[in-house]
Design a protein around this ligand. Structure first.
Ligand code: G1P
Length: 308
């Protein structure tokens, strides 16, 4: 992506990342009877820590985690665990000590309680009080989505610096898949890989999808979104949709752009996406990668012979 040589907006780095994590995780039952979905490990690291890592990597200081009353354990992941640290240290297990301590060192977590699951828009709206008065924008990262390489948020920040307003991450899917996502109606810009959003619709019917570019869980939102969120009505599924508030901003002339992501994306929100994410990331893991590759080849070959 080319950088704008004459930015109209002064650079401000992302301070707060909002992480909606109040969903019930029904697609992961029975595991999610007692374990919040965001604590399920991708290889050995819970999704919430992957998000904290990504947030810290773009310089964010604060992680506003929107949690349901029954999912407070998510926040415990950021606590200190001195007894485990002491026990591991006494045994000289420094690598494991570092793993225990990593989450708490990454970022300052703040819990925001969402009492009822009233939708993604409602969840994001609850974070308003967490922001400082001088934060003109903030990020939203959906922990179900892994977007690789994680540098996409940096690209989005550069675009915001150039064009202001809100900048989202878009991913190309087949037209048949658009009904699962927020779908963008876009126009070209003179910045490579960046499109201007002229409309957005949540989970449209196939024939109503304005394009096959969809929202993938990474948003840099202008603070004006909070006001828009107060003015929307329940939308798709009877929930307050973030997509509808973004559409309202667009209608009112606020700039909204997308960076079209060319890398990978995994959906941790259901076992069908969670398993490939573990395989993909596991294959690249320094400790487990090689053995996993060998096991997978064997498993696939056994499976193929069963099919014959
Ligand atoms: C949410 C958003 C949708 C977006 C998707 C990305 O939907 O409402 O616009 O495209 O995340 O993962 P959900 O998957 O929570 O139903």
């Amino acid at each position: 992506m080319s950088r704008d040589s004459s930015p109209k907006y002064s650079f401000q780095s992302t301070k707060t990342v909002v992480v909606p994590a109040a969903g019930m995780g029904t697609r992961f039952l029975p595991a999610t009877k007692t374990v919040p979905k965001e604590l399920l490990p991708v290889v050995d690291t819970p999704g919430i820590e992957l998000i904290a890592e990504e947030a810290a990597s773009v310089g964010a200081e604060r992680l506003a985690v929107i949690v349901a009353p029954s999912k407070q354990e998510i926040m415990r992941h950021f606590e200190e665990f001195p007894e485990i640290v002491e026990m591991l240290s006494a045994r000289g297990k420094d690598e494991q000590v570092a793993k225990v301590q990593r989450a708490q060192k990454l970022i300052h977590p703040v819990a925001v309680e969402q009492e009822k699951p009233l939708g993604l828009g409602h969840a994001v709206g609850l974070a308003e009080d967490v922001l400082d008065d001088d934060e003109d924008f903030f990020a939203v990262m959906l922990p179900d989505d892994i977007v690789l390489p994680a540098t996409v948020m940096e690209d989005m920040a550069r675009v915001r610096q150039a064009v202001g307003g809100s900048v989202l991450c878009a991913f190309e899917v087949s037209r048949e898949e658009t009904c699962n996502y927020g779908v963008f109606d876009v126009e070209d810009t003179n910045i490579d890989g960046v499109k201007k959003v002229v409309g957005m619709v949540e989970k449209p019917e196939l024939e109503e999808a304005p394009s096959n570019l969809v929202a993938t869980g990474r948003y840099l939102l202008d603070r004006k979104i909070f006001d828009a969120l107060r003015r929307i009505e329940p939308g798709k599924g009877g929930e307050l949709q973030l997509t509808d508030a973004i559409e309202l901003l667009i209608k009112e002339g606020e700039p909204v752009h997308v960076v079209v992501h060319k890398g990978k994306r995994h959906d941790l929100g259901n076992p069908g996406g969670f398993i490939p994410a573990n395989v993909d990331i596991g294959l690249r893991h320094p400790q487990y990668g090689r053995a996993l590759y060998a096991s997978l080849k064997r498993i696939i070959s056994d499976y193929e012979s069963e099919l014959k």
